[in-house]
Design a protein around this ligand. Structure first.
Ligand code: PBG
Length: 331
């Protein structure tokens, strides 16, 4: 029988052959573990909509990070849940705010042996749940005041850097936030603190479980569509990314990940800084929910998602699967 010349199956014959020709290799070095630390609790609290993820106490956070490091994880990003919230989110820049004290603990434990990132935003700290301070736009509608918020972000960046953050990650999608933060860090002598900009962050319905994790409800049934991106737009993401790089971002992020692989791919082709993607809480929760029902294989789908994100062009992936990957899938 005549063998067709084009026979792709030859390269799929065995596990070894498939490994040899695989284009993408997901490694634990690519992953960042998002971790929540909550002020004023004595025991870690499970988060119902994020199976396996905890609101940590200061102490349990130290244990978790030590274990992650032992498993080979190279980076974590911290989110704080304060005991008290207020109109301006002062816990985000208070030197004794929960993330700042947690950063000091982790620097004492690990120095620079693990990359310590801090999410830089105020929604976890404001009583109205917005990512900035709000004011009346003149028509009786309460909207986020972009420029007043920038002043708060500058203070938060300095507080996080003073506490030992190696990377600050502004996630509020305020215009000009990267420039203001870079200038504030430099003025305070923190030239070595890097900025991971949540550059193309969409107003996504996939952040639901995260809001449970940080106890955030947006006041009056509000949303973030006035400052986060519209999911219908991809070219706008390029503009956001280019602006952030021009303002001094060292790394740029696209968020969420799986519904925006086209954006990750476009950005990776155009920029020369590291590209990160956030596989967000809803993406994680959906996989677990369907897995618990026996409808999909949780582990296989997790691996498929994370590999796809890397294949699309992300160098760095923030994912709640980091610990699982380090323990069970890092081969
Ligand atoms: C804002 C922030 C959010 C997430 C990361 N940083 C929530 C939001 O924008 O509403 C979402 C992360 C996730 O869903 O896993 N501080």
């Amino acid at each position: 029988m005549r063998t067709p010349i084009d026979r792709p199956r030859r390269l799929r014959r065995s596990v070894a052959m498939r490994a040899l020709v695989s284009e993408v290799h997901l490694r634990v070095d690519d992953l960042v573990a998002p971790l929540f630390v909550r002020e004023g609790i004595d025991e870690p609290q499970p988060i119902e909509s994020l199976p396996g993820v905890m609101q940590h106490t200061r102490e349990s956070l130290r244990t978790e990070v030590a274990e992650l490091k032992a498993l080979g994880v190279k980076a974590v990003i911290l989110f704080g849940v304060p005991a008290e919230k207020d109109a301006v989110g002062s816990g985000a820049y208070d030197p004794d705010g929960i993330v700042q004290v947690a950063l000091r603990d982790l620097v004492a434990d690990h120095g620079d042996e693990i990359v310590l990132m801090a999410d830089l935003c105020v929604d976890e700290y404001t009583d109205h749940g917005h990512c900035g301070v709000v004011h009346d736009d003149g028509t009786g509608r309460m909207v986020v005041d972009n420029d007043a918020t920038l002043e708060i972000y500058a203070k938060a960046a300095i507080a996080q850097a003073d506490a030992g953050a190696h990377v600050v990650a502004p996630s509020g999608m305020m215009d000009g936030q990267v420039a203001v933060i870079r200038e504030a860090l430099d003025e305070a002598g923190h030239h070595d603190v890097a900025i991971l900009a949540y550059a193309a962050k969409y107003a996504s319905a996939l952040y639901g479980p995260f809001r449970d994790a940080v106890d955030v409800t947006i006041a009056d049934g509000g949303d973030r569509k006035g400052y986060q991106q519209d999911h219908r737009n991809a070219r706008e993401a390029i503009r956001e990314v280019e602006l952030d790089i021009a303002e001094g971002a060292d790394m740029v992020m696209i968020k969420p990940a799986l519904a925006y692989l086209d954006v990750i791919s476009d950005v990776a082709a155009r920029v020369d800084v590291p590209v990160a993607a956030y596989h967000v809480s809803g993406e994680y929760a959906m996989i677990h929910a369907a897995g618990e029902r026996g409808w999909i294989d949780t582990d296989a789908v997790a691996l498929e998602h994370l590999t796809a994100i890397k294949r699309a062009g992300a160098n760095i992936i923030l994912t709640y699967f980091t610990r699982w990957f380090a323990e069970h899938a890092n081969r």
